[in-house]
Structure formats: structure tokens, C-alpha cells
Ligand binder design. Sequence first.
Ligand code: HEC
Ligand code: HEC
Length: 458
Amino acid sequence: MPHRRVRTRQVLLFVLAIGLPCLVLVALSLRMLAQERELAEKRLADERRRMAADVRQDLLTRLERLRLQAAGTVHADPIVLVADAQGDRLLLPWDAQSTGGAALDDPTFSAAAREGEREELVSRRFEAAGAAYRRALGRAHHPAQTAFAQLLLARALARGGHQRAADKLYRTILAAPLAVADEHGIPFALYAARRLLDRPAVADETDAAVLELVRAALACASCHDPERAFTDGRRLAVGVFGRAGRRNVPAIINRAWGRSFFWDGRVTTLEEQVLTPIEDPDEMDLAVSQAARRVDLTVDQLSRALASYVRSILSGNSRYDRFAAGERTALSPEEQAGLQIFSGKGNCTACHVGPTLTDERLHNTGVAWTDRRLLDPGGGNGTFKTPTLREVTRTAPYMHDGSLATLEEVVDYYDRGGNANPFLDPELRPLRLTPGEKNALVAFLRTLNGDVSEGPSQ
Ligand code: HEC
Ligand code: HEC
């Protein structure tokens, strides 16, 4: 027995001498491993966060650059603007858009397309664009991104001659709940619906509620006609049942940069602005709640939808922009002389300034002053908001009351120094322009027409 006890003790000692340190070692190394893994995970998370921040920063920088470029309206890209107005959520497909767009807009491609040959090259380009958009679809994590990527893909398909596939995608966009339920989807829905409405056979099958929505937007277009830079060519607006409006329809161009709205600047946000014509008895004369119900939206959604649509209406890349961007031959010598007068002797840039050619402020230029009284007080004492001059040849007649029919009349009006009245803006005075200078100024104003686009795509 004692022998066995000794053996047991030996075994115990052995276990203690070897096992315990082993156990401790194992425990220690396990802890170290865990710590290391924790560290590695933390490092990875940090890395991811940094990368995400980098990517985000990169995208934001690019977006900002494009936005600035758009503000300079060298190449105003409504996609960027819509993305901007709607926040980060659209950045991803926008990125793909530039890849896909680059594939489509490659100069060799354009040349080939113009020559109407080299089929193979053409279809390869569309495939490249399509692939970029498909990748974007795969990565989309917000319904708006999906709609956006689908829309771009559909456009590439349509341009590549795959009309049926494109129509199918347009209908998918319209069928998504987003189309009518979320303001992010509205510009896409409008664009898709317009493409389908162009093709009556397909239009029949299109969702009725969305078509209703498009019609609501088109009702805006009965005064803001896209063919006339979103004006109506009349002296004063004509509303529902032919009711006479009090003022001239202003161009809705580059309003994304607007700081106040209406001729008298009485409204400060587009969201608020777009509901006003619906209710105005002289315009659409429809309760806002009723209009919203018609398209199955809340009033808030309707106002945001219309506002984001209005924000997508842009004009840029005029000959004046190209000149300002360094293309010296974009303006003729006479037009260049006109530009000199515009910013010099004519003093026009005192108010028509910056890329939108308006300071967004109210001024009394005397237009409302007739027979020694103000016919319209405007924003007070006969002041009215400086309108944009983009697309100006297409927005006649001019001024809040449509009282001047031609650009020549406008220049003559300023040459006189406006209508003298007690509240006249100090920046106005007789200009004493020669007939040649007047012609040059008008010639310059005509260079402010550019490419107008609406909806989430050019
Ligand atoms: C009956 C014609 C008519 C209809 C319909 C109409 N508008 Fe207007 N719109 C006008 C007139 C006139 C003004 C200027 C009114 C004023 O300044 O008092 C105006 C002003 C605006 C402005 C302000 C532009 C600026 O720079 O100040 C926006 C934006 C606008 N409308 C958008 C819309 C939208 C969106 C709709 C559809 C919901 C719409 N309009 C329907 C006639 C119309
Ligand atoms: C003091 C500020 C001011 C100056 C300076 C000025 N404008 Fe204006 N401009 C306005 C305002 C405000 C209106 C709208 C007035 C109204 O409708 O009653 C306007 C309207 C116009 C319109 C009509 C646009 C439209 O869509 O109806 C044209 C064109 C125009 N200006 C060109 C010029 C030119 C060219 C010059 C230089 C010779 C000039 N403006 C100088 C403030 C100014």
C-alpha cells in the first residue's frame, strides 16, 4: 500500500510540476490569442472606418467639384444636383454613372456613332456602360440607388437599341413603391414615365397612379412649358378656366440655387413655393390635400417631390459659359464687346451676377411705376426679384408684368435709366449707349442659352 501511495504522490507531483505550468501556459496563450484577435479586429475596424471616411471624402470632394462646376454651369449635370439635393444616399450609383457615362461619351464612340458604322465598337461601349450600371445595381443599398442605376441602365439599353429591355426597366422603376411613396423616387418616376409616354403602346400598360403624378407635373408645364425654358410666352399668366393671372410666368431655371421665390421673393423655400400655384385660385385652384390624394402622397411628400423635380431643371454649357471657361472663340468679337458692356458701362452685373446671373435680391427698377403710382408693390415699394438671364431669348415677354416684348426694348429701358420714381434703385442711371453698343449687349444676352435638362438624367 505505501508503495502505491508513493506512486500516487509521484503522479500528483508530476501532474502539478508539468500540468499546472502547461495549463497556465495554455491559458496565457489563449488570452494572448484573444487579445491579438481583438487587436486585429480593432485594427480592421479602424481600417474600414478610415477607408469608408476616405471613400466618402473622395466622393464628397468629387461631388463638390462637380457641384462647383455645375454652379459655374460649365457642364451642369442634373444627376449630380439631384444626388446633392437628396444627400449621400445616391452617391454610389453616381460613381458608377461616371464610369458608365464615360464609356458612352468617349469621343471615339461619339465619332463612330456619328458615322453610323462600326457597329461592334458601338455595342461594346453600351455593354461597358451597361456593365457599370449593373455593378451599381448590385451594390445599391437604398431603393433610390436601385431606381437610379436602373434608370441609367435603361437609358444605355435604349441607346443601344434594346428598346424592349429598356421599357421593361422603366416599368420596373414605376412599379417600385418608391416611385410614388418617396420624394427621392419622383424625378426617376417622372423621367421613366416620360420615356414610356413617348411610346403610346407601352404607356397603356403603365401604372395609372404614376401617370396621374406625371400629369400633375405636366399641369405645372401648362404655364412652365419646357419648350420655352419653362415660361408660357404670354404677357401675364393664364390659369385654370382661363382666369387672368397678375404676373408674367418666370423661367424655372437653375432654381436649385434660388434663395427666394416669386417675383416679390415672398417665399424662401422651394418646398413651400411649389404648393402655392396648386392652391392659387388664379392658377390651378385645387386644395393641396386634394392634389396630394390624387397621386396617393401626403402633402409633405408632394411638396418635396415637386421641389426636387424643380431642382433638377438646369441650364448650362452656354456659349458664355464656354467662353468663361477659357474657350476664347466661343463668343464673337461683337458678343465679347457686349459682355464688356454687361459688366462695365451697362452695370448689369450690379444685379445680374454669378453663375445664375441674379443676386436673388429685390430691386426697384421702376417697371411697376406708371402714371405716378405703383401698379404692383411687389416686395414693397415696387421692388422685384432680379430674374435669371439664362435662356433669356426664350422667355419673352419680359419683366414681372410682361410689359417689354423684346430684348431690344429691355436694353432701351435700361438705357433710359428705368422709370424714374421715388424708390428707384441707385444702381440705375441713364447709360447713353450708342446703337452699336446696344446691339452688342443684345448679342451678348443671346449667348446665355445653353443646354436645358430636367429629371435625373440629361
Ligand atoms: C397658371 C399658370 C401657372 C401654373 C399652373 C404654375 N405656375 Fe409656377 N408660376 C406662375 C407665375 C405667374 C409665377 C410668378 C408668380 C409671382 O411671382 O407672383 C410662378 C412662379 C413659380 C416659381 C418661382 C420661380 C422663381 O424663380 O421665383 C416656381 C418654382 C414655380 N412657379 C413652379 C411651379 C410648379 C412646380 C407648378 C405646378 C405645381 C407651377 N409652378 C404651376 C404660373 C404658374
Ligand atoms: C438694380 C438691379 C438691376 C440692374 C443694374 C439691372 N437689372 Fe435687369 N432686372 C432687375 C430686376 C429687379 C428685374 C425684374 C424687374 C421687374 O420685373 O419689375 C430685371 C429684369 C431684367 C430682364 C428681364 C428678364 C425676364 O425674364 O423678364 C432683363 C432681360 C434684364 N433685366 C437685363 C438687364 C441688363 C441687360 C442690364 C444692364 C443694362 C440689367 N438688367 C441691369 C435688376 C437689375
